[in-house]
Ligand binder design. Structure first.
Ligand code: FAD
Length: 475
């Protein structure tokens, strides 16, 4: 491992040391950012209040229940059951592509919260079961599926579905290697758990007969049904009028191709923040199960044309090179918050591993379009030279922007004069400017690389709020 890196385009030595000095704001339009940051803060506060309400309202309902109905154990079982139901509903709704959420928090955070809320729901379910069994020994019979009443059977199967959701997610690669199969299993288990948990409460009757419980239960039911209809019916139907057609397929490397799309009969996605992604689906209709997330690699264009640069990894991405000009593509986006446009940065440090260059190239193209004057640093790492994507274009962009580029190869060929090995703390420290603490760091690539770079940056003293990441993996 050497700490020496090649600088492919750096005619005038650019120093980032001015950062933090007053009056040097750079080329980003400030007011929309300030507006966005304010909106984001408001939305975050709203989400935090909603989350607290979801947990506290059922507790309040349960603690205020008729004390004659069974004592503290009964109250505890009811409270934990209701909290579990509320958390389950929230965990179900979170990944349903609520754009405001992913734009405000970022898809990684939304899915992270989805996982945590799901685990919390399961924990409450277990406490609920233990307290129900503690109320009366005879309640053990409720676990016998052959003789238990329907409400208890629904609860048992819902619990098994929740346990399977956790197990198949934690050990996804080992248990269900195909992502699409895993996704089908995950969605089926989630629907089973939510529907049966709802039926369990409904069949308990005494809860839904009490007006305040009934309202809470109805609110959760409406939330779950509305999110499902929006996700599985409304969104596909509404994209029917918004097809894209393939304009060109370009080979970027032996394993990476760019898909250039133009909107057909509509204006297309003309406004997005560089770094955002969209779900794309191939085929004659937008009504299919298989769709995949890809970063929009182009900068926003008036024509609404967009590009995706896709690495061949499996059945879907392997087919991209074979897509024909004129084929239909369905695009659901933009989503995500991985964009420097969401931050008042004084300079950017972009760190890309492999095809993780796609959000970075969109950012650089957009910065060049805007005539950005700030100083930026780009680290790109790849296994071999042919995997360093957009080399020529990045060299041109470095001419237009105040951009320094650092390249690093894992398996360099003979004669490679640049850096080798992994992007570790030493490599970063060697190449970062003196006052790097106020820069914003954007990291994208395979999950282990992203995790490693975060650890290195934290070791170097970069504050967490200056580190922004996107992992090209959801589970
Ligand atoms: C926010 C985001 C942005 C991305 N941007 C790009 C990009 O610009 N260029 C690029 O080449 N890749 C990108 N990816 C990765 C890309 O989505 C996967 O490589 C692709 O879906 C692989 O599908 P496959 O059927 O070809 O391979 P598979 O063998 O089916 O999948 C390989 C791996 O990709 C992931 N994956 C597969 N399908 C999905 C799916 N529907 N949703 C989420 N993850 C899935 C899984 O972790 C899986 O293990 C991005 C991923 C995310 C989450």
């Amino acid at each position: 491992m050497t700490g020496w890196l090649s600088v492919i385009r750096f005619d005038e030595p650019v120093s980032l040391d001015h950062v933090g000095q007053p009056g040097r704001r750079g080329g980003c339009p400030l007011s929309p950012i300030v507006w966005f940051l304010r909106m984001r803060t408001v939305l975050r506060v709203f989400l935090a209040i909603t989350y607290l309400a979801v947990v506290l309202v059922p507790l309040w309902l349960a603690l205020g229940a008729d004390p004659g109905s069974g004592g503290p154990a009964y109250e505890l079982s009811m409270a934990t059951g209701l909290v579990a139901l509320s958390l389950l509903a929230i965990a179900y709704v979170l990944p349903k592509r609520v754009r405001a959420l992913s734009r405000c928090l970022g898809i990684d955070v939304v899915l992270g919260v989805h996982r945590l809320v799901g685990l919390a729901a399961l924990a409450f379910v277990f406490v609920h079961i233990v307290t129900v069994l503690a109320i009366e020994r005879g309640n053990l019979a409720l676990l016998d599926l052959t003789s238990a009443p329907a409400r208890a059977r629904a609860a048992v199967v819902a619990t098994v579905a929740m346990v399977l959701l956790v197990v198949t997610s934690v050990w996804r690669r080992r248990l269900i290697p195909s992502y699409e199969s895993w996704r089908a299993v995950h969605i089926s288990l989630a629907v089973t758990a939510v529907v049966l948990a709802g039926l369990h409460v409904w069949w308990l009757r005494h809860l839904v007969l009490e007006p305040r419980f009934r309202w809470w239960f109805l609110a959760l039911a409406v939330l779950v049904v509305a999110a499902s209809l929006r996700r599985w019916v409304w969104r596909p139907l509404s994209s029917w009028t918004r097809p894209y057609v393939v304009d060109a397929v370009r080979r970027e490397s032996p394993t990476v191709s760019t898909l250039a799309l133009r909107p057909s009969g509509h204006r297309g996605i003309r406004r997005f923040r560089p770094g955002q992604f969209a779900w794309i689906r191939l085929g004659s209709t937008p009504m299919g199960f298989e769709e995949h997330p890809f970063t929009i690699a182009s900068a926003p264009r008036r024509s609404g044309e967009i590009e995706f640069t896709i690495k061949q990894l499996g059945d879907f991405s392997n087919g991209i090179a074979e897509v024909a000009v004129g084929d239909k593509v369905w695009v659901d986006g933009p989503h995500g918050a991985f964009s420097p446009d969401h931050h008042r940065s004084q300079g950017l440090v972009l760190i890309a591993g492999g095809v993780g260059i796609t959000p970075m190239i969109s950012v650089l193209r957009s910065l060049a379009q805007r005539g950005d004057q700030r100083e930026h640093l780009l680290f790109v790492s790849a296994r071999a030279l042919e995997e360093l994507l957009f080399r020529e274009e990045i060299t041109e962009l470095a001419d237009q922007l105040r951009l320094r580029v650092v390249e690093l190869l894992d398996k360099p060929h003979d004669g490679w004069t640049g850096g080798t090995g992994f992007l570790d703390a030493q490599v970063l420290a060697t190449n970062l400017p003196r006052r790097f603490g106020r820069l914003d760091f954007f990291i994208c690539g395979p999950p282990p690389m992203v995790t490693g770079v975060i650890t290195s940056l934290r070791k170097l003293g970069v504050a967490q709020h200056h580190i922004h990441t996107e992992k090209f993996d959801f589970v």
